[in-house]
Design a protein around this ligand. Structure first.
Ligand SMILES: *Cc1c(COP(=O)(O)O)cnc(C)c1O
Length: 228
């Protein structure tokens, strides 16, 4: 086995164990392999080991890799900050966007999505850590934006994404994930048909799964460290 396929298998096993430990069905948690800063060849290796969902943060980097990997049946997820002049290309070249945090961006993505394509699957990125440097909308603004985005014709609002500040304190880390889940459940109670909670990365995905993650976004645990 290659390095990447070994790591991928180890991550799959850990996801499975965490899901069972949380009393959940193992089919409820999907693995998004985050390939930023790694070459197309690394994606090809993970693909050969059965991985189909890949996440990228930077548009130009992603487009270059997509061009090299056009022969593969990959579902591409955009997970990075979105500049408004990039919405056209993002809407055309990705199936999912996890990082929507402004109505204007959502409207632009919606109108850029081709009429004959399935709607772009989107998550709102919420900021539960109150860190000014992090993108994502404040928790208090989530409901209003979710209800404004849900009717946009080119989009399908699927749920929430968050990147809580890393903490050594497991309870604190878990509480941040729980806060995202609470907002998610509140939106569901308000009638929005949401099914996606995109939380958890290499260092904390087991906790995120315990708090209801349905997509975990994992980079370094699969591809190794990013030396940029
Ligand atoms: C880089 C990145 C990840 C993956 O982080 P790892 O710690 O390498 O697993 C997940 N989500 C987002 C939004 C990222 O930018």
């Amino acid at each position: 086995m290659t390095f990447i396929s070994e790591r991928l298998q180890a991550v799959r096993t850990s996801i499975h164990d965490a899901t069972i430990h949380a009393g959940r069905n193992s089919q409820q948690v999907h693995l998004l392999a985050v390939s930023k800063a790694h070459p197309a060849s690394a994606i090809r290796e993970a693909y050969a080991a059965g991985q189909r969902l890949f996440g990228e943060n930077y548009l130009q980097e992603a487009l270059n890799k997509q061009a090299e990997l056009g022969d593969l049946d990959i579902e591409w997820h955009f997970i990075g900050p979105i500049q408004s002049n990039k919405t056209q290309a993002i809407a055309q070249h990705f199936s999912w966007v996890h990082s929507v945090d402004r109505l204007k961006i959502a409207q632009r993505l919606s109108s850029a999505r081709a009429d004959n394509a399935t709607p772009l699957q989107v998550c709102l990125q919420v900021n539960v850590s109150q860190e000014e440097s992090k993108s994502g909308l404040p928790v208090e603004a989530a409901a209003e934006l979710a209800h404004a985005i849900a009717p946009l014709p080119g989009l399908k609002l699927r749920g929430l994404m968050a990147i809580p500040a890393p903490s050594q304190d497991i309870e604190l880390q878990r509480a941040q994930f729980r806060q995202v889940r609470k907002i998610y459940e509140k939106l569901q109670q308000q009638g929005l048909m949401l099914d996606t909670l995109s939380i958890g990365m290499s260092d904390d995905f087991s906790l995120a799964i315990a708090e209801g993650a349905t997509i975990v976004r994992i980079g370094s645990a699969i591809f190794g460290s990013r030396n940029q």
